[in-house]
Structures are given as C-alpha cells and as structure tokens.
Design a protein. Structure first.
Lengths: 117, 114
C-alpha cells in the first residue's frame, strides 16, 4: 500500500539559510499535518491543512510557512534557519480531519531530518 | 488545555518479562487515544488506538492497552518483551475540538536486557 512520502530524508543547512520540506500524502487523502520533533523530545504539532486550506496552527515560528497544493502535496518552507530548528520533521496525512463519522486516522511519513550547522 | 503525561522517562526490563508503560491524559471528555512506537531515527508506527467501546484494545506486535476512565489512564502492556521491542513509546491523544491534531506525551524509552 502507498504510504506518505517525505523528501528529502536528510537535509543539512547553514544558519540563516532557507529549507523546503515536501510531503506527498497517501492517494485520496486530503488532510496534511506537520510535526516537529527536537532531539529527545516528543513530536509537536506545527500546522495542518484540509482541502488546501490551513485548518489549524500550532507553535510554528513566523519564519516558517507552509501550503497545500492542488494535488494535496504540502511544502514546509523554513527561512533564516537557526540551530534550534535542527529536528526531525514529520508529515502525516488523513482522509478528512474530524468528520461526521469521527476521527480519521493519521498516517505518518518517515520524516525529514534537518540539521542546521 | 488537554495534556498527556508519561511518568516514566526510561524503563528497563529483561527479555521475556512483562511490560507496562503508563499514560495519563487530562481532558474533560473521552478523547481518542493512541500508542505509537519509534525506533531510533525512524518514523512513528501506530501500535493501537482507542476510540470507544471495549476498554481493552489489542494492537500489533502483541501489545494491548486498557482505557480506564476513572483513572484517566491508557496504559500499554505486553506479557513477554522481546529484544526487538527496545524503542521509544509515545502515548498520544486527539480531541474533537482541537482539529484532529495529535498531542503527544513526553515518551518512554524502553531498554531490554538479555
């Protein structure tokens, strides 16, 4: 079965550079969530999209922006990178968020490991 | 705000011994509850989930969890641990009024002794 694809898997950047992380959801999934997991930390919700519209926002820095495109893939753009941005970034997809039938399970991608030097 | 607490940061058990990982949540209504496992440098794999109904849920790899409303707990158990179970385990909650995002506990790192 098709899974969530994230690219790149690993990314190394210098401070103050920019980075773009991509997420390709499972076919027919219309909802994408982004999470950030710092070293030794639990995953923290950043932002989510449903049907190409932002649906929720967590503790995402203003230096970060994201969008969901017409084919439902999503990109997380990170500018003015800081050392503290080094983390594992997960994308998860689902078919709908909370709908009439309740919660729709999120499926996680393998993550993108970002290292800022 | 709702939260998830995993009181044990690190647990070590002997191979073949039983395991229980604790998880407590703070929320007024019954949330949707999950346990995920993460091997080093890997993604998150869903072990099991509780939405409603039978409070004892079975998952993959021989894991089970029991939802106890009176204790606001959702503890993960396995009767006999294998060396391959060594990993980080996260309890997570989703609530209806939070748009479906997962809120994770701090994680419990499991080590398995031969």
């Amino acid at each position: 079965a098709a899974g969530v694809i994230q690219s790149p898997r690993h990314l190394i950047k210098e401070k103050r550079e920019t980075a773009t992380l991509k997420c390709y959801p499972i076919p027919r999934h219309d909802t994408v969530y982004w999470y950030q997991q710092g070293p030794g930390q639990d995953p923290q919700f950043l932002i989510s999209f449903y049907e190409k519209m932002q649906s929720d926002k967590g503790s995402i820095p203003d230096r970060f922006s994201a969008q969901q495109f017409s084919d439902y893939h999503s990109e997380l753009n990170m500018s003015s990178l800081e050392l503290g941005d080094s983390a594992l970034y997960f994308c998860a997809s689902s078919r709908g968020g909370f709908g009439p039938l309740g919660y729709n399970e999120q499926f996680f991608g393998p993550g993108t490991r970002l290292t800022v030097l | 705000a709702q939260s998830v607490t995993q009181p044990d940061i690190h647990i070590t058990v002997s191979e073949g011994a039983s395991l229980e990982l604790r998880c407590n949540y703070s929320y007024g209504a019954t949330p949707y509850l999950f346990w995920y496992v993460q091997s080093p440098g890997q993604g998150l794999q869903l072990l099991l989930k509780y939405f409603s109904g039978d409070t004892l849920v079975q998952g993959i790899k021989g894991f089970e969890a029991e939802f106890k409303r009176s204790q606001s707990s959702f503890n993960l158990r396995k009767p006999s641990v294998h060396w391959s179970d060594a990993a980080e385990y996260f309890c997570a909650v989703v609530t209806y009024n939070q748009g479906g995002k997962l809120i994770f506990g701090q994680g419990t790192e499991l080590s398995v002794k031969p």
